[in-house]
Design a binder for this molecule. Structure first.
Ligand code: ATP
Ligand code: MG
Length: 405
């Protein structure tokens, strides 16, 4: 097989080779090429020590990203390229970090420390593909398989448990039976992995096409960091699988789907536990909060727009997944009409503001109450979004409120 390498990658390989060092493209880029997927970044591996790599690229900007792990970033033609020295990792006591990182002079050794056979393929423009662990065959068979003894490899780094399921979901692969048994057996060691890394892998898992089926198959793994899942009934699990299937391959929508389940009464607490950033929490909470709002009239739609933080498409995608018979097309048409008409849906679009309320002699909480009442009247089209009309409405309302208490 021949890989069409971009010129900055070829340049880097040539520089190292000309100086007497080996250099190969490794990992994701080779895997993606064989899968006819788009390549988003190239990783190079070399027997040159980090200082030697630095010397070879002395005429280029070099960022000393992870010298301790043997990684340098070289900038060629404005492109960033990571070059890592062959490594063999040894001794993992904490299920997370190798106790020591030893550089190696053997490409095969460097491949052997990688996680899965499909991630240990190398490529050189003259030598073609180098495949020490049967990665090409596993790609053909669509299998995720640990290199070496699965239990030992997962013991070294528990994150690999989630990486296996994530790659399977993303690529639509299955997990080799021995690797699968080890994933389930070693699942508790995920407790040693930081919440950030769990979140990042989970997000990538949720965005994978294999997510619906794999979630059910590996629910015990997810239950290690989401213990709420243990109280799902079989029917509820099936409902989540169905909802995941109806949702697009999108992590945010699938997370909202998951957190809509009865077993997660407090979505915010779950997301905080997994270190989601505030903006992500706000978006999901907003989706969850519009789930039970009516969607039958344009007024309903204006209220939904008012509450919704993510794009309207997120709302319809989410609702299609969680609500039986959600009339997505009709809702979309009503939404388009609301937008086309420039209907006011937000306080910021209202023709009056706080100053106008002050001028009416209102103060403190009266002001926000009056604005909120005006917005509701405008959203419901009981009055037009016009300053005089709103003020007249408020004055009338004050009077009648005074009578009714
Ligand atoms: P993508 O970036 O598309 O998700 P990738 O294969 O590039 O896929 P990365 O996480 O960027 O994955 O890692 C690059 C390579 O480093 C992998 O292909 C694998 O060979 C190796 N690798 C990464 N993480 C681990 C790990 N936890 N254990 C062993 N090897 C790993
Ligand atoms: Mg990568």
């Amino acid at each position: 097989m021949e890989m069409e390498l971009p010129s900055y990658v070829k340049t880097a390989i040539e520089y190292l080779n000309r100086n007497g060092y080996e250099c190969y493209v490794v990992g994701g880029a080779v895997r993606s090429t064989l899968l006819h997927e788009e390549i988003h970044d190239y990783d190079l591996t070399t027997n040159a020590l980090p200082e030697e790599t630095e010397a070879v690229f002395r005429d280029f900007p070099v960022i000393r990203t992870g010298m301790k792990h043997g990684t340098l970033t070289v900038v060629i033609d404005g492109e960033m390229l990571e070059i890592t020295t062959y490594r063999k990792d040894s001794g993992y006591k904490d299920h997370r970090h190798p106790d020591s990182v030893a550089f190696s002079s053997s490409l095969k050794e460097d491949c052997a420390r990688r996680d899965f056979t499909i991630n240990a393929l190398c490529y050189h423009p003259e030598e073609g593909i180098l495949d020490f662990f049967g990665g090409q065959e596993d790609i053909r068979k669509q299998i995720i398989r640990c290199i070496g003894d699965p239990e030992q490899r997962l013991n070294e780094d528990a994150l690999r448990i989630l990486r296996a399921v994530r790659f399977a979901a993303r690529l639509g692969f299955t997990v080799d039976p021995l690797t699968k048994a080890a994933l389930l057996k070693k699942k508790e060691t995920l407790r040693y992995v930081s919440e950030e890394r769990i979140r990042s892998e989970t997000d990538r898992f949720l965005a994978g096409k294999g997510c619906p089926d794999l979630f059910t198959e590996y629910i015990d793994i997810f239950a290690v960091f989401l213990p709420e899942l243990n109280s799902l009934s079989e029917t509820e699990k099936e409902e989540i699988r169905e909802a995941f299937r109806k949702a697009p391959d999108n992590s945010e929508i699938r997370l909202a789907v998951l957190l809509s389940s009865r077993v997660f009464p407090d979505a915010e607490e779950v997301m905080r536990r997994l270190t989601y950033p505030n903006h992500a929490i706000r978006r999901i909470k907003s989706l969850l909060s519009v789930k039970d709002m009516p969607f039958d009239t344009e007024t309903d739609i204006r209220y939904i727009i008012n509450r919704l933080i993510p794009e309207f498409d997120c709302y319809t995608d989410y609702m299609k997944a969680v609500r039986e018979d959600f009339p997505a097309e009709r809702v979309r048409e009503m939404h388009d009409a609301v937008i086309r008409n420039g209907d006011c849906c937000f306080l910021s679009d209202l023709a009056v503001n706080g100053k106008d309320m002050l001028a009416l002699g209102l103060k403190g909480k009266e002001i926000s109450d009056a604005l909120q009442k005006s917005l509701s009247a405008v959203i419901e089209k009981r009055i037009p979004n016009n300053k005089e009309e709103i003020i007249a409405y408020l004055k009338k309302k004050c009077k009648s409120d005074a009578y009714t208490g």
